[in-house]
Design a protein around this ligand. Structure first.
Ligand code: G1P
Length: 296
C-alpha cells in the first residue's frame, strides 16, 4: 500500500506576486480554504496517510495551517462555536500525519524530492503532488491519484499523470512520448521517453506531465546522481527518464480537470468552479455571477 506523499512547497511563487510576497502561494484562498488544503485532501482521498512537506523558512504559514492552534480552539470552545471548531479540527483528518523537511537551496524539483529521502527511505514507493495544480475530481467515483496508485500496485511501474496541452505551451512542461497510441482517460500506457521543457520543434507530443507522480523508492539514488538539466536545475523528469530506460515508466491519462493555481487566471477559474458548487456559499455566489454577467 502506498501511504506516503511528498509535496514540494519551498518555491517562492514568483508567478503569483504580489499575492505571494508575504504569504506562501500555496496559502492563496480558493473560496474558503488555501490551495494546499485541497491538495492534501486529494492525497488523503487516495489513501495517503503521511504527507511530507518539503519547505522553506519563509513558508511556515503552511506548517501552521496544519498544526493544532490550541489558543484559537480554546477560544472557539468557550464561545460555543462548535461548527467552526469541527471544521478546524478536520483540516488534518484522523490518522494523517503532516511532516516537514527543509530544502536548504533552490536547486530544482528533483532536488526538492530528494530532500524527502530520509523520511521516505529507498525501499518504499510514494506519491508526489505539486501543489500548484488543483485536480478536480467532481463526479468521479475515485480520484486520479487513487487510480495511479492502483496501476503502480498492479504493474510495479512508475506512473506519471498526463494530459494534452496546447502545442504553444509544451516548453513549460515535462513532455512524454507514448509507446503507440496515447492511453484513454483513466488508463496507463508505456512510455518511449520523457523530456523536461522541450522546445516546440523537439517535443515528442503535446502530452504533458501534470504534477502527480507515483514513484518507487529507487528514484532517490537516481536523483542523487542526476546533474542539473533544463533551467540549470536538478529535474525530477531527468531522473524519471533514467528510470524509464532501466525499468519502464507509464503515463496515466487523467480523468479529472486541472486548474493551475500557480497563476492568477488559474486560481480565479478554480475559485469560480469551486464557489459555484460550495454547500454554504454556492447559491449566493451563483446569484452574484448572474448579477455581474447582466451588468456587462
Ligand atoms: C514541473 C515539472 C514539469 C511538469 C510541471 C507541471 O515544472 O518539472 O515536468 O510538467 O511541473 O506539473 P514547473 O512548473 O515546476 O516548472
Amino acid at each position: 500500500m502506498i501511504r506516503k506523499a511528498v509535496l514540494p512547497v519551498a518555491g517562492f511563487g514568483t508567478r503569483c506576486l504580489p499575492a505571494s510576497k508575504a504569504i506562501p502561494k500555496e496559502m492563496i484562498t480558493i473560496v474558503d480554504r488555501p490551495v494546499i488544503q485541497y491538495v492534501v485532501n486529494e492525497a488523503v482521498a487516495a489513501g495517503i496517510r503521511d504527507i511530507v512537506l518539503v519547505t522553506h523558512a519563509s513558508k511556515s504559514a503552511i506548517e501552521n495551517h496544519f498544526d493544532k492552534h490550541f489558543e484559537l480552539e480554546a477560544t472557539l470552545e468557550a464561545k460555543g462555536k462548535q461548527e467552526l471548531l469541527d471544521e478546524l479540527r478536520a483540516i488534518v483528518p484522523k490518522g494523517v500525519n503532516i511532516i516537514s523537511v527543509r530544502q536548504p537551496e533552490p536547486l530544482g524539483l528533483g532536488h526538492a524530492v530528494l530532500c524527502a529521502r530520509p523520511v521516505i527511505g529507498d525501499s518504499e514507493p510514494f506519491a508526489v503532488l505539486l501543489p500548484d495544480v488543483l485536480v478536480d475530481d467532481e463526479g468521479l467515483a475515485r480520484n486520479d491519484l487513487a487510480g495511479m496508485i492502483d496501476a503502480f500496485e498492479a504493474t510495479g511501474r512508475t506512473q506519471l499523470m498526463v494530459e494534452e496541452v496546447d502545442w504553444a505551451t509544451v516548453h513549460k512542461y515535462g513532455i512524454v512520448s507514448p509507446e503507440g497510441e496515447p492511453p484513454a482517460a483513466g488508463q496507463s500506457c508505456r512510455l518511449a521517453g520523457v523530456v523536461e521543457k522541450p522546445a516546440r520543434e523537439q517535443a515528442p507530443s503535446n502530452l504533458a506531465v501534470i504534477g502527480r507522480y507515483v514513484l518507487p523508492g529507487s528514484i532517490f539514488s537516481l536523483l542523487a546522481e542526476t546533474p542539473p538539466g533544463a533551467g540549470d536545475e536538478i529535474q525530477l523528469t531527468d531522473a524519471i527518464e533514467t528510470l524509464r530506460q532501466r525499468d519502464g515508466v507509464d503515463a496515466w491519462r487523467m480523468c479529472g480537470k486541472t486548474y493551475d493555481c500557480g497563476h492568477q487566471l488559474g486560481y480565479l477559474e478554480a475559485t469560480l468552479v469551486y464557489a459555484r458548487r460550495h454547500p454554504r456559499f454556492g447559491e449566493g455566489f451563483r446569484e452574484l455571477m448572474a448579477r455581474y454577467s447582466r451588468a456587462e
